[in-house]
Design a protein. Structure first.
Length: 120
């Protein structure tokens, strides 16, 4: 089938736009799968009632909503050995929303912590 030069040019433009659309979709999907929930800050703190906690903020970096979000915390002694754990959870974190979490620290000797965020 022979196409006029004008039709070939239009087909090439269409093919280019289709390719760009596929690339944009692939990047969007990859972004939603990785680094979609980020802990922007976390620290030891003391509540008004005198309880020791790990306090921080999780940010949903996507436009996607998450049904449940969990923060898992490993409590460490001065040598870096895991001596306990703590956690926090929230139901529903919509796109571009931040969540301020707080988790009770039950180990008095905890000198540091490691924290990670996950969703279900």
């Amino acid at each position: 089938m022979r196409h006029s030069p004008h039709k070939k040019q239009l087909l090439n433009i269409f093919a280019g736009l289709l390719f760009v659309g596929i690339v944009v979709l692939a990047v969007s999907i990859a972004t939603d799968r990785g680094d979609s929930l980020v802990i922007t800050e976390s620290e030891f703190a003391t509540t008004d009632a005198g309880s020791r906690v790990v306090r921080g903020t999780v940010e949903n970096m996507t436009t996607r909503a998450f049904d449940e979000v969990f923060v898992d915390i490993e409590l460490l002694d001065a040598e870096g050995t895991v001596i306990g754990s703590a956690s926090a959870a929230t139901a529903g974190l919509v796109g571009r929303q931040m969540w301020d979490f707080e988790a009770l620290v039950s180990e008095e000797s905890a000198a540091d912590f490691r924290v990670r965020v996950r969703s279900s």
